[in-house]
Design a binder for this molecule. Structure first.
Ligand SMILES: NC(=O)c1ccc[n+]([C@@H]2O[C@H](COP(=O)([O-])OP(=O)(O)OC[C@H]3O[C@@H](n4cnc5c(N)ncnc54)[C@H](OP(=O)(O)O)[C@@H]3O)[C@@H](O)[C@H]2O)c1
Length: 345
């Protein structure tokens, strides 16, 4: 049994991390640290067997903790991760891994000097939509993909630290952390260049902007456009993927989150209207299909962490992969600043 401890008992610490750790065979929720008295009481009520610590430093003194999971704002991930690994703990951080590639390198160096596990909670590698797109490509329904357009456009102010540039990193550091991770896996080629732009309408009491876009060019010619917005009254398709034989369009979000919040992730169901529509041209004629989604499970992320620590399995989400994501972010931030496309060597 690996004893896990969750840092921060906000939305992710409560709904995601402590719940999913409890569902993994071989992991045990041993402790939770939260500085807030109300959240300490809530954590105790929800997890009577877990120790509750008033802060991160107190948690680090517990020799029974094997694995620390960070569910804190982005700007503290690197510092907390390095401290935890230097205290000999394995470390999972929620996304986004950290603020930039140099912090990611610091975290990897801490892993290496302490010989511990380091991973990033990229649960959205098990999203139904992502897995469905991958399967449609693997099944040859699109031919060779050349264009991906992914995004989420909503109308509403980001909550708390998410709207604060210094703590979050910006509008592109939240959901798009998953989009960039998925892009690097789907494109299957090195990134050649990145363009990025952010629109500021000063609409909400935030300083991260209201719309952000990245255009990633891959060495195999694929263009991957990411869009995120908090000032759009109509949604866009979650996915639009064009290949030389066919096109896929899919709306809606992965259905696991509302079920996870109820503690019922295994009951996740997708509204039928959110299934992907694919049109494929064969012999000059279009064939249209509505395809059932591939049902991934976020439980698999922590089962892999457990299997790595208990049985020596291969780690699925490696920090080396996510370092590549952070290099894309460095290029994107430079592009947003200069207004120029930035090349990656
Ligand atoms: N993978 C996903 O699908 C997903 C979904 C949601 C969130 N997330 C990620 O989860 C992380 C936390 O987001 P959230 O939505 O849970 O935020 P949240 O509800 O605001 O909770 C953040 C927690 O972090 C702690 N905290 C706040 N400021 C801190 C500071 N300066 N130093 C140390 N701890 C601090 C607070 O802990 P106390 O209890 O000690 O006050 C709070 O409980 C982020 O990285 C976010 O991107 C990922």
């Amino acid at each position: 049994m690996v004893n896990a401890a969750v840092v921060g008992y906000g939305y992710s610490g409560r709904a995601y991390q402590s719940y999913l750790i409890g569902l993994a065979e071989g992991l045990r929720l041993h402790a939770i640290s939260t500085r807030d008295e109300g959240r300490q009481a809530e954590a105790k009520e929800n997890h009577p067997d877990a120790k509750i610590y008033p802060d991160f430093d107190a948690l680090l003194t517990d020799d029974d903790v094997d694995l620390i999971v960070l569910a804190t704002p982005h700007d503290v991930h690197c510092d907390q991760a390095v401290k935890a690994m230097d205290a000999g703990k394995h470390l999972v951080t929620d996304k986004i891994m950290c603020m930039n590639a140099s912090e990611a390198e610091e975290m990897i160096a801490a892993r290496d000097r302490n010989n511990v596990l380091l991973s990033v909670f990229h649960n959205r590698r098990w999203d139904w939509d992502y897995l469905t797109v991958r399967k449609a490509i693997d099944d040859g329904l699109l031919g060779e993909p050349y264009l991906f357009k992914v995004g989420i456009m909503r109308y509403g102010s980001p909550r708390g630290w998410r709207g604060d540039l210094a703590q979050s990193g910006g509008i592109l550091f939240d959901w798009p952390a998953h989009f960039v991770d998925q892009a690097l896996l789907l494109a299957g080629a090195p990134v050649e260049s990145v363009y990025c732009d952010v629109i500021f309408r000063d609409h909400w009491p935030i300083d991260i902007g209201n719309y952000g876009t990245m255009l990633i060019r891959f060495a195999n010619g694929i263009r991957y456009q990411i869009e995120i917005g908090n000032l759009s009254a109509i949604a866009i398709p979650r996915w639009f993927v064009a290949g030389d034989l066919g096109t896929l369009s899919k709306s809606g979000l992965d259905p696991q989150e509302p079920f996870l919040r109820l503690g019922l992730i295994e009951d996740a169901k997708e509204p039928p209207e959110d299934r992907a529509r694919v049109v494929t041209y064969r012999n000059g004629d279009p064939e249209e299909r509505i395809i059932d989604s591939v049902k991934g499970s976020w439980k698999d992320y922590y089962q892999n962490i457990s299997d790595v620590l208990n049985q020596g399995a291969e780690l699925i989400v490696t920090p080396e992969q996510v370092l590549k994501t952070m290099r894309v972010y460095d290029a994107a931030m430079a592009a947003a600043e200069s207004g120029q496309t930035v090349s990656l060597n």
